[in-house]
Design a protein around this ligand. Sequence first.
Ligand code: EPZ
Length: 417
Amino acid sequence: MDKLIINGGKKLNGDVTVSGSKNASLPIFCATILAPGMNQISNVPFLRDINTTIKVLNSLGAQVEGNGNVVRIDTSSINSHEATYDLVKTMRASVLVLGPLLARFGQARVSLPGGCAIGARPINLHLKGLQALGAEIVLEHGYVAARCKRLKGARINFDVSTVGGTEHLMMAAATAKGETLLENAAREPEIVDLAQYLNRMGARIEGAGTDTVRIQGVTELSAANYEVMPDRIEAGTFMIAAAITGGDIRIHRMKLEHLDALAFKLQDAGIEITSRDGIVRIKAPKKVHSVNIKTRPYPGFPTDMQAQFMALMCLADGASVISENIFENRFMHVSELQRFGADITIEGNTSTVKGVKKLSGAPVMATDLRASASLILAGLAAEGTSEVTRIYHLDRGYESIEKKLAGLGADVVRVKE
Ligand code: EPZ
């Protein structure tokens, strides 16, 4: 197992380029199943979760080949309709093959994903939506078995804003008979990216990115080429890396408009953010001010940035109140941040972070993807050496992060344990 060794205290400076979005690539890969043919997806990040999705597609019979950040997926040869527990348990998003398999072949059998470190994460709304489109669904032996003739358009109102649920039903409804209306839909930019890819395949989807998505079912789709959007959470993580180290960096290929809620909070904390010719400059102040955050569905403050923002608040000049409203167990980084000397208390879904003068390097353990990022950020700012273990979590979602940080002047290396 690999670990990262960080010698903290270096101000980050220079330029960094954001990779393609993990959370946009995953549903787009699943959507390729909808039509037979060769798709070329570019700007795909090189990550463990992408490899897992490729394994799922291979297991269904698709031919997948990668060349750098371009992945070619030929779905003509799909001959299995089952995604097994072994694959789905390692990555929840692979459950998104269910709807596309059902829409194209009229049948699918996909393992239930189970809970994960950040919460229970049920898929009840995905299944309820597929049933509303006419699928017959049976839960048996830990699997969802679904059948249908052609799915039929329906009006679906989500009880809670769900990113995966919205994506799943958009895919399933693309070739359903008639119109589907998704109400109280999630509005994340990754949903817009998926809708653009589906429309490139010939779907007729309007309103993605708003809370009402209208899908006119078409009789068939065809394979398409697509370039994935930049990863907004990776970009946000670099913004905080600059802020927490007292640095001054330029981030290339990021879309600042996808990170408004984070940018406003960083500006409240005293960080200077300027954008010119598509390059975003982040300049840290002498002292970061404390600000409160509440995670919310997009366009609110992203839960995927909560852990990293908390690392920043550990060194702010006052107390900050951080409420996590999306996942019930997304504070596992707190006890690890405390090992750096952070002053944090938790009550229910709220943490209070009292800024301290300095953090000191420590051995810490990553518990999930974004928690890992927060520990690296704390390690970059801490005095002395930190060791972050279990970084396989990090490799799920950040492409070459230690190389990119080293390029900005951080002293960070990956070593084999
Ligand atoms: C997506 O997960 C992201 N994953 C997550 O990224 C992200 O944290 C999350 O959206 C919220 O922004 C991918 O895009 C692959 P949800 P998803 O359905 O789709 C509840 C990362 O670090 N819910 O929007 O699984 C659910 O329990 C991660 O990259 C139901 O109750 O999230 C949660 O409380 C991890 N029933 C809330 O909705 C359902 O059927 C939001 O979850 C579905 C969801």
